[in-house]
Design a protein around this ligand. Structure first.
Ligand code: NAP
Length: 218
């Protein structure tokens, strides 16, 4: 049997999944096999990875049979599918917020606390994108002089709302340039009942508001 890992990417058609694929190519990441997974909507789509065509499959618990590494970028579906993948022997690296606060799941930035990977029970989480970037800069300072408190404001790109967020900004900007009206459907979050213009604008909200009046991402 090949020693190279058998890899699955969940959310392969999304903004993060596409970035994984770009990095496989950029770093010439080696795998014994690759499975691309998404929702039923994308099943059958063809995606080129390192010059080879792969067909996207609908993600199901059985999709993770004979998989060593499962890279998850499918959002809330992690909650049900990550334990299923782990049960089948895969190590899940989850990019969603699902397990970030779970004491049983190590929260890892490889450049900062790689030793915590060893504590995994099948799932490894990573912090959100702005946290990783900020901590990469703060860790060397922390090592010299402990940091007690960080006050953070983030100004995030629409890509944080996935490929639909990027598309909405492009479509809306084009409509405004033509003097047409555009009905926002995605931002600040597709799951919210009310949406706002993002082109030439900022929206002070990422995800839903919590009881403490912070938004969930904060
Ligand atoms: N964008 C960022 O900067 C960023 C950074 C770090 C982490 N994240 C996190 O990564 C995750 C993905 O983000 P994204 O920006 O890539 O979102 P996205 O562009 O909307 O892509 C979502 C992906 O998940 C798939 N998916 C959605 N529901 C599914 C389901 N029920 N079963 C299987 N697959 C499903 C989608 O498949 P279809 O194409 O079939 O819909 C698509 O491939 C989110 O949890 C996000 O918070 C995002």
């Amino acid at each position: 049997m090949s020693k190279l890992p058998r890899v699955a990417v969940l959310g392969a058609t999304g903004a993060v999944g596409q970035e994984f694929i770009r990095l496989f190519e950029e770093r010439d990441f080696q795998f014994a096999s690759l499975k691309l997974l998404a929702s039923k909507r994308s099943a059958g789509k063809k995606v080129l990875v390192k010059g080879k065509e792969y067909t996207v499959e609908e993600a199901k618990p059985e999709s993770f049979e004979n998989i060593d590494i499962a890279l998850f970028a499918g959002g809330s579906i992690s909650k049900t599918l990550a334990p299923e993948a782990a049960k089948r022997g895969a190590v899940v690296i989850d990019n969603s917020s699902t397990f970030r606060m779970d004491p049983e799941v190590p929260l890892v930035i490889p450049e900062i606390n790689p030793e915590d990977i060893a504590k995994h029970k099948g799932i490894i989480a990573n912090p959100n994108c702005s946290t990783i970037i900020m901590l990469m800069a703060l860790k060397p300072i922390y090592d010299i002089s402990r940091i007690k408190r960080i006050i953070v404001s983030t100004y995030q790109a629409v890509s944080g709302a996935g490929k639909d967020g990027i598309d909405e900004l492009l479509d809306e900007a084009a409509a405004i340039a033509k003097g047409e009206t555009y009905e926002p459907k995605i931002l600040p979050s597709a799951s919210l009942p009310k949406h706002y213009q993002i082109a030439y604008n900022v929206i002070p909200q990422i995800d839903v508001f919590l009881d403490n009046e912070y938004t969930k991402e904060e």
